[in-house]
Design a protein around this ligand. Structure first.
Ligand code: PBG
Length: 328
């Protein structure tokens, strides 16, 4: 039975100040983590074609970008590395002179207040482009665990505050927690890419990180896009293995997974607003088919409304500037 005319929802909408007071979800710059791509060399700032505004950066340029992010109030950066050499075992991922370790050290020195998160996955470092080592034409789960654990320890040794395993190997969170603790890194947190789906939305990232698989695809280890119950079991498992933060990725096509996980688990939740989601907005805005700023803020708000405490997004800097301009 309608309560109209007694109830008029428009009373909450007509006056801008009323709208502002009644607003249920407020984006804040504190919600954002900014992903960065570190590369060897000097003075390299190479724009990633499908991701306007996002660059592969050598260390000096990287620091500049981190400074800008810090000035905007962004609390954390997530680091990906482009190694000098790739090999079947992804060796540079766990060498102390590897690009990501160098990047962590230099950021921690230049901007100690910035939370530094290292991506823990082999796909950028292996010549075959898979997230683990290959045996019998398959990604060998258990042998990969040792390497991921070594990679996480190596990042922690360099000063990472958080490690973010994204390889989707079974048992990776437990293996990493055990290795970190054994080396005294009990204070380093794990942000687990718990529900990471096998997604077409990673396309531009694979250009950015030069990490496309050279044969087959990732469906043998990343989660099936059609299945939410499996995804929730995966999150539960990562929590049991010691994840401090659990992550859903991509964000937009999986807001139902995020909302369901939010209902079920008390852990801080992150969502990864991935490269393809960014590229689509940029391409449409470039063509003036959509208002890029408006759509971006709508998307980020939707991700938060669905249950994310933390949003990993390539929009972080521009969104932070827009929030600041709006007086937030
Ligand atoms: C590494 C990794 C990927 C992304 C983050 N970590 C790529 C992949 O799994 O292919 C994707 C991020 C994005 O698309 O923005 N495994």
């Amino acid at each position: 039975m309608s309560q109209f005319p007694k109830l008029r929802m428009r009373r909450l909408r007509e006056h801008p100040a009323m709208r502002r007071m009644a607003q249920e979800t407020r984006l804040s710059v504190s919600d954002f983590i900014y992903p960065l791509f570190a590369t060897h060399g000097r003075d390299v700032k190479k724009e990633i074609a499908p991701m306007p505004g996002i660059y592969q950066l050598s260390l000096g340029k990287l620091i500049h970008e981190v400074d800008e992010a810090a000035q905007l109030g962004i609390p954390g950066v997530l680091l990906f590395g482009l190694p000098a050499k790739k090999d079947p075992m992804g060796t540079e991922a766990y060498e102390s002179t590897g690009i990501i370790q160098e990047a962590i050290r230099i950021i921690k020195r230049a901007a100690p207040e910035m939370l530094v998160i290292g991506d823990v996955c082999l796909c950028e470092y292996t010549d075959h482009g898979h997230c683990g080592v290959i045996a019998n034409d398959k990604v060998d789960n258990d042998r990969t665990l040792d390497l991921l654990a070594k990679m996480a320890v190596c990042q922690a040794d360099a000063g990472a505050d958080v490690v973010a395993p994204s390889a989707m190997m079974d048992g990776q969170v437990g293996a990493i927690r055990a290795a970190l603790d054994a080396k005294g890194h009990t204070g380093v947190a794990i942000m687990a890419y718990a529900a990471k789906f096998a997604s077409g939305f990673y396309g531009p990232f694979r250009v950015a990180a030069d990490s496309a698989p050279q044969f087959g695809d990732r469906r043998g280890y990343q989660a099936d896009p059609s299945s939410i119950r499996q995804a929730l079991r995966e999150i539960e498992q990562d929590i049991e293995e010691g994840a401090d933060i659990v992550l859903v990725k991509p964000a937009l096509a999986y807001l139902d997974v995020l909302a369901a996980a939010r209902q079920r688990f008390g852990h801080p939740m992150a969502a990864y607003n991935v490269s393809g989601e960014y590229s689509m907005v940029k391409a449409a805005a470039e063509n003036e088919w959509i208002d890029g700023r408006r759509v971006t803020m709508e998307i980020l708000t939707a991700i938060k409304r669905s249950g994310a405490d933390i949003i990993i997004t390539y929009h972080a800097k521009e969104a932070a500037a827009w929030l600041r301009d709006n007086g937030h």
